[in-house]
Design a protein around this ligand. Structure first.
Ligand code: NAD
Length: 318
């Protein structure tokens, strides 16, 4: 295996679980753990190294603490730096914290020579991805927000619970903001190739479309209510994106990307289905939306723009 170096910024719930998921899938030769809390960083590195004999492929795990320049050698950097307690009610609660944090590391890493791909998880996800891209003037196709990859899996979960079908045969997208302004792309839901209307007619029930959309949208807050974080679902969602980059799989999944004139939305990050490969986002797809989906797409963008407008320096860079 060629050397694959992955940096992880922010090593608490999400960052540590991403590291574990990467190692379980044998996706890296080297993991660089970076957290401004050096005691936590050391603990996570030690725990991962203690687990090394159980992973399929042995990797090196390095403690970087806040020496961010050391991350410049990585092929991929995952941003999970945050303060999740501020997101207890809404992801917007972290807006001023995570945008400040990005300023501490993004430019330092790029100025030190980073040429790889950013996969940013921190919330509010779309604003942070834009902030990284604008602060560093980086190729936007190489700054990926994890976006609604996770939310689309939550939508699958809701639909699988309703139907009893294997979630893996359900194709269902949440698009727009990674947050309460996201929406379900009901026009493209498929159950093993069947439309929702065909399933309704042949199974004898009706989908409560609004309720299922809300279950996908608010599902994370069931988890948050019980353990003040989410970690398994997001770490596996982010690792799907990382795997697509490492193995150049060309998977199509919704991620937050820079939008250029799509149904009246321009120059912000939000989620559309994208093809991901070794170069990052290799193609952005625009689904044919219904009128009501277009209205939700635009409302989602307006919500993200409202957040951007509150952070003067991002607004100025936009
Ligand atoms: N996109 C998604 O779907 C999704 C899902 C879950 C969580 N999240 C987000 O991921 C982020 C991390 O979640 P968590 O539960 O691990 O949060 P957390 O608050 O438990 O941990 C964040 C870690 O980041 C570190 N950190 C903060 N600023 C830093 C900096 N400048 N440099 C280095 N380290 C820094 C902190 O020391 C802490 O260890 C949060 O923003 C959270 O909202 C996103």
């Amino acid at each position: 295996m060629a050397s694959i170096k992955i940096g992880i910024l922010g090593n608490n719930h999400v960052g540590a679980h991403v590291a574990n998921a990467i190692l379980y899938q044998g996706l890296a030769t080297d993991i660089y753990m970076s957290d401004r809390d050096a005691v936590l960083c050391r603990a996570q590195v030690n725990d991962l190294l203690d687990a090394m004999s159980f992973y399929p492929v042995t990797a090196r795990v390095h403690e970087v603490d806040d020496r961010y320049e050391e991350l410049a050698q990585c092929d991929i950097i995952v941003n999970a730096a945050g303060h999740v307690k501020e997101a207890a009610v809404s992801r917007d609660g972290e807006l001023f914290v995570t945008t400040d944090e990005v300023k501490t590391f993004a430019k330092r890493i790029v100025d030190a020579g980073f040429k790889g791909i950013w996969v940013s998880i921190s919330n509010p996800n779309d604003v942070i991805a834009l902030a990284i891209q604008r602060l560093t003037d980086y190729d936007p196709l190489k700054v990926i927000g994890s976006g609604t990859t996770l939310d689309s899996s939550r939508f699958q979960h809701a639909l699988a619970t309703k139907t009893g079908f294997d979630p893996q045969c359900i194709s269902s997208l949440m698009l727009g903001e990674h947050g309460f302004a996201e929406f379900a792309l009901w026009s493209h839901v498929s159950f093993g190739g069947l439309t929702p209307e065909e399933v309704e007619a042949q199974c004898g029930y009706t989908f409560d479309r609004d309720d299922l959309e809300q279950q996908a949208c608010h599902g994370g807050y069931i988890t948050m209510a019980g353990k003040c974080c989410t970690e398994y679902s997001i770490s596996n969602g982010a690792t799907k994106i990382i795997k697509a980059i490492v193995h150049d799989t060309k998977v199509i999944t919704p991620v937050s990307t820079l939008i250029h004139n799509v149904y009246g939305v321009d120059n912000i990050y939000q989620s559309l289905p994208c093809m991901i490969g070794q170069n990052g986002v290799e193609k952005v797809f625009v689904p044919t939306m219904t009128e009501s989906e277009i209205a939700k797409w635009q409302a989602s963008a307006a919500h993200i723009q409202g957040n951007i407008d509150q952070v003067g320096w991002i607004k100025a860079l936009q």
